[in-house]
Every structure is written in C-alpha cells, then in structure tokens.
Write a new protein. Sequence first.
Length: 348
Amino acid sequence: MTAKIKIALVGLGRMGRNHFRVLGETPGFQLVAVVDSHVATGGTGDVPLLRNVADLAGVDFDAAVVATPTGSHHKVAHQLIAMGKHLLVEKPIASTFVEGRELLAAAHDRGTKLVVGHVERFNPVVRKLREVMREGWLGTAIHFSFTRVGGYPETVLSGNNVLLDLAVHDIDVLRSLVGPVKLEHSMCHVSFREGVFDTAEILLAAGSGASATVHVNWVTPTKIRTVRVTGTRGVCFVDYILQTCELFGGSLLKASEPTNKDFENLQELYRTTDRIQFGVRKEEPLRAQATQFHRFLTDGDVGELCTGSDALAAVLLAERAVQVDQGRQRPTTAPSSQALPGPHDEWV
C-alpha cells in the first residue's frame, strides 16, 4: 500500500474550510497540520492547529495548500517554498503579476512543484462545454458571455478586488477553451468601500476571432455562475453551480420555419425549437482538483491543474483591466443637451 502524502493547510477561512473537508476525505492525503492565527483551539478536531507558518518547521510534511487571503499568498508561499514543500495555492497565484512570477521562479529554483487552484477547470460542466465545442455542436464559437456575481466578502483585505477574486476564474476558463486572449476594454466600479472595485465588466478578444465579456460583482444578492456561448449553429447555456449544459438551436436536427409568421406561430416555434440537454456527471470540483493534485505529486500527471503561464495570464489580464479603467477619464455627470446628436459628439 502506497504511503499517504502528508499535507498541511494554511488558512482556515471560507475556502480554507472547504479544503479542510476535502483533504480529510481524499484518499492518499494525510492532513497533519492546519495553520491559522484566528481559529479557536479545537476548531480542527484531531489535526494540530498552529498559529504561524514558521511553526511548520517542526512538522513532518511533504506539501501544503495555501488558502490565505490573496494579499498574503506571496509571503506565505515563499516561506513554504523555502522549506522545500510542494504547493497548491488558491487562485489567484498572487496579488500582482510580478509577485506571481517571483513565486514561480522561487519554486523552480528550489525544485518544488507549484500549482494554482483555478478550480473551475475541474467543474464537470466546463469539461462538457469543451466537449460540445470540440464535437462541433455549436459550429464556430462567436461570443462568450460570462456572469459571476453575488456575495460581498466578509472581509476585503488590501491587495484584493472583484477581478482578482472572481474574474480570474472565467478568464482562465475562456483561455482553456479558445487559447490566448487579449484585453480590449474594461470598466470597473466602486459601490461600497472606497478604493475597492466590487463590480467590473471586461471585453476580451481571442485569436480565433471570438469575443468575450466577463461581468463580475460582489453586489448582486444572489449567486450566479453562468456562461452563454453563441455559435453559428446554436447557443449553449452553462450553469457552473447546477452543472447543466443546454444547447438551443433553431434547426439542430431538422430545419424548421414557421408557415405563418404571426406572433402566436413565432411563439410556438420558440417553444418547439431544438434543445439538447447534455448529460453531466455531477462532481465537486474541489474534490476532483485535490485528487489530481495527489496524482501530480505521486506520478507527475498534471492533468487539468493550473500551472505557470496560465496562472500568470489570469492575473496579468485582471491587472490590465484595472489599469485600463484607471486610465479612463470619466466625468461625474454626462453633459445634457436637447440638440440633435452630431457625428463628432462624444456623448450622445
């Protein structure tokens, strides 16, 4: 029987508690320590609770999951890399592109493995969407529309914003579907806390010619995690949470046109248009990611884990979105005019 990999968890906040549960349930891992300075004694059951990363120096372990706030990823991961430990760092890899690149360089120099927890890669519905696109059901993908909203964080620490917290997920999913992308435009908003972007809309372009919009916010009271893909043969609706993938097309199976184009017939055509509900085998993405991380540590199989350039790309594009927005000049109020708009008017 193969010996279990001894793993430590740093951070026991919202995501950390999920990692705590999943690591304890994943065959092949033995959770030997948890580090968190804010958790009360006894909050980790039989697993020893430590207050500082430095306290791990006296613990025998092989790898660690870093689930601390984004602004601390750089410092905490550096400490663990210096100990020679393999890491899974919660997304994003760091608060900035420069910090992320420094972490990757440090891991390379120390000979440790470092992957980043872009967990949507392991969502079975993303895998299904990739399959639907590959098999040609959508035709040529024209546009992707991502929505990831809901739930203002209990605490927002320095070095975080809604783009680093939410948008990086969909940027990474988009790149996994279409390859490299570039930022075309962005707009960010501050609704509550001064200086902290809590809403953003970004426009991306793919080398294939497809475009994508990513809308994220911490403001909407209901959690929504969806993507709509428009193709030349139909439109695919994906729900990350419900793990559903449905394709709508006017004539996926057989061409259909209304004989009488009055309103009732158009409604009937809409009701009877081809809809294909693709089967998705439900699975918790975080659990699938943990299993793949174990595989990576034991036999080098990286699978769908997020590594190096992909981890940096998500942060870089989020950074650029903020920079583009900050470079815009926007008046507090738009000018009002009763005159007819002219071809050279900026505000119309």
